[in-house]
Ligand binder design. Structure first.
Ligand SMILES: C[S@@+](CC[C@H](N)C(=O)[O-])C[C@H]1O[C@@H](n2cnc3c(N)ncnc32)[C@H](O)[C@@H]1O
Length: 210
């Protein structure tokens, strides 16, 4: 028996690869996932709600933060062909799978997958959209850090979209996001999940603010 979690940098769980096909945003995708990686055999229902409902920019840069086997970033790359997608995860097995899945779904040329502890590998980068299904099981401190640091990695007018399980304190997270960003929009809800979105103010909206 192993003691690793899906967020271990190097999962010890013996490989148990699975491959499946699912329809997302009206297209078919094939994914491979494995033991020791979040959602080892299907698309998580929260991730599905997020990726079905989020508005994708036509061009620019998209970040999938905590990409796992890559579902969010790969769907973004396929459905926003003018955008470049960066995907990061701390779990090496997830990073390898995300690369494999990008190739499997024909988007490898517009996707970069990096091993990164949160934003650590992204110094100086800015994105127009950050999508994330955060690792709430790792605790409030880590998720709070991701959601507050995200502002520094967004272009003016860029958006952060995330999914939260209603019973994992979605309404409290919504209040925190309102406090940190001055607003929070509920994009979607269903199946015990809520999708929230915040926007980094553009230059005209930041005038006069410190
Ligand atoms: C809830 S899962 C979501 C995975 C994937 N985006 C999906 O929708 O199926 C959260 C992901 O965050 C990753 N993660 C946890 N801690 C991390 C950290 N410190 N830095 C980067 N990724 C991390 C986990 O390995 C996991 O893949």
């Amino acid at each position: 028996m192993t003691t690793d979690h899906y967020f271990s940098p190097d999962p010890e769980a013996p490989s148990r690869r699975r491959r499946w096909t699912e329809r997302l945003r009206g297209r078919e995708f094939t994914f491979v996932s494995d033991a020791g990686v979040f959602s080892g055999r299907r698309v998580d229902p929260g991730s599905r709600l997020l990726i079905e409902g989020v508005d994708l920019p036509e061009r620019g840069d998209i970040l999938d933060l905590g990409c796992g086997y890559g579902v969010l970033g790969i769907v973004c790359a396929a459905c926003a062909p003018g955008a470049r997608v960066t995907m990061v995860d701390i779990n090496r097995r997830a990073v390898e799978l995300a690369r494999e899945n990008a190739a499997l779904n024909g988007v490898a040329d517009r996707v970069d997958v990096l091993e990164s502890d949160g934003f650590s590998a992204l110094a100086g980068r800015r994105f127009d959209l950050i999508v994330t299904n955060p690792p709430f099981r790792q605790g409030k401190a880590l998720v709070s850090r991701w959601l507050t640091e995200a502002r520094h990695y967004l272009n003016a007018g860029g958006r952060l979209a995330l999914v939260v399980r209603t019973r994992q304190g979605a309404l409290s997270w919504r209040r925190r996001l309102e406090e940190w960003y001055g607003h929070c929009r509920e994009v979607d809800k269903g199946g015990g999940y809520r999708v929230y979105e915040v926007t980094k103010p553009g230059p005209e909206q930041t005038e006069g603010r410190t």
